[in-house]
Design a protein around this ligand. Structure first.
Ligand code: GLV
Length: 331
């Protein structure tokens, strides 16, 4: 009788992910609604062959050192900034993630945020709920046009490009900034490459789609916000710490920019008494851009696929640290 590999799953995920893992592994599942404390993760990984985790779990070198048997880490998310990839590579542990399957849902949601802030939809909902709707108001709740407004996309990867495709339907001129120039997308979508300062100065909407790295941490701080038009709207469906929250509070309170719509914040969750929650020109939602039934089902299935490949000693189909396959295991 061969023993089944042991896997720790840090939260209940859709069955599309759990069922295939249960078939061949001994699954230990954290049933809490909130993420497991780090002390629990450290204990659990000690005798695990695989870890299926979420973006709310800090998977650092300490966790990997505790997981002496760990052969694979599979995250049910595309962003992996919560995982120390260098440490994983140095330890010879492949890290899986879920690119592609959440692109369209996230791009749809980015547009929902953009429209919500431009046309002041949450304020309108609050207005009706507060019993303030007494008549049609010629000057009430005026927003800004989306049609033909200039969109600046920071980070022209899969999601940035999917947002650009949607923006073409709104006849928006599109600028983009990315460390990698994309002549293919320039030809396909008519997007124009701009340096960051130029993009910030010319855009009516600035939408963030870059990963969180040391280079993008607080990329949108006081200097960037002061470069934007006073009528501009900032959208963040990437990672919270790409924006400096203190600078954003000042920008929104003092009118450096018109509004912001945030799916992600620093910190997460944002405390209910944080100024960004109560500012009327700021829309904050709880990191739900990929939250559709089918998208989350596909993300879970993909996380299982990565996990099982790693346990079989095969190359992960969606690997966030492919360099692990060209480096020898240290230590
Ligand atoms: C969600 O934010 C993800 O990275 O998948």
């Amino acid at each position: 009788m061969t023993t089944q590999p042991v896997v720790y799953v840090t939260r209940r995920i859709p069955e599309t992910g759990l069922a295939p893992v249960r078939e061949v592994c001994q699954v230990r599942l954290w049933e809490g609604e909130l993420p497991p404390p780090k002390t629990v993760i450290l204990q659990e990984v000690a005798d695990c062959d695989g870890l299926l985790c979420l973006l709310t779990d800090p998977i650092d070198d300490e966790v990997m050192a505790a997981g002496t048997r760990l052969r694979v880490i599979s995250q049910m998310a595309v962003g992996v900034d919560n995982i120390d990839l260098r440490a994983a590579t140095a330890r010879g542990i492949p890290v899986g993630h879920t690119p592609g399957v959440l692109t369209e849902a996230t791009a749809d949601f980015t547009f929902a945020l953009l429209m919500a802030a431009a046309r002041r939809i949450p304020e309108g909902v609050d207005y009706v709920r507060a019993g303030k709707w007494r008549t049609w108001e010629p000057m009430g709740l005026l927003g800004v046009d989306v049609w033909k407004a200039t969109l600046g996309i920071i980070g022209m990867g899969r999601i940035g490009a999917a947002v650009a495709r949607r923006a073409r339907g709104f006849a928006m001129p599109i600028l983009y900034y990315d460390p990698t120039r994309r002549p293919d997308l320039e030809a396909e979508l008519g997007v124009e490459y701009a340096d960051l300062d130029d993009l910030l100065a010319r855009s009516d909407f600035v939408s963030l789609h870059c990963p969180l790295t040391p280079e993008t941490y607080h990329l949108i701080g006081e200097t960037a916000l002061r470069r934007m038009k006073p009528t501009a709207i900032l959208i963040n469906a990437a990672r919270g710490p790409v924006v400096d929250p203190d600078a954003l509070v000042r920008a929104l309170s003092e009118g450096w920019i018109r509004a912001a719509a945030l799916d992600v914040t620093e910190p997460e969750p944002l405390p209910p008494d944080h100024p960004l929650v109560s500012l009327p020109n700021c829309v904050v939602v709880p990191h739900i851009a990929s939250a559709t039934v089918s998208t989350r089902e596909r993300m879970a299935a993909m996380a299982a696929e990565n996990l099982l490949a790693g346990l079989r000693g095969e190359r992960l189909p969606y690997c966030a640290n492919p360099e692990v396959y060209t480096r020898s295991r240290e230590g």
